[in-house]
Design a protein around this ligand. Structure first.
Ligand SMILES: [Zn+2]
Length: 107
């Protein structure tokens, strides 16, 4: 299985798009995470994407460093260029936290 760190590294752009309000496709998320990690990673993506953005009076500001306001595209670039490592850490920490408590559905 691909490591959480490797997946986190590939998820930065997806999360930055989602946080910036740019279009994202769930199929891409599934492709990046693989089936077994998808259920938890989907939750992690939602948590991290909402933690790293602050919408203030309709303007986008960075939830990590407070800079802004940004355009959607400008915020995407800010996140992927300035905060890549923080976002990777946030993904792995949230994943490990949720994985401890995750109970797979019974069929
Ligand atoms: Zn920032």
């Amino acid at each position: 299985m691909v490591s959480v760190e490797a997946i986190a590294n590939r998820l930065v752009e997806y999360i930055a798009r989602k946080a910036s309000g740019l279009p994202v496709d769930d199929i891409d998320l599934h492709r990046i995470t693989g089936s077994s990690r998808y259920p938890i990673m989907r939750k992690v993506v939602n948590i991290v994407a909402s933690d790293i953005v602050v919408i203030q009076k309709g303007l986008i500001r960075c939830g990590i460093c407070g800079k802004g306001p940004f355009t959607r595209r400008g915020f995407y670039l800010h996140l992927t260029r300035v905060h890549r490592n923080e976002i990777i850490s946030m993904i792995t920490e949230n994943y490990e936290d949720l994985a401890k408590r995750y109970v797979p559905p019974k069929y």
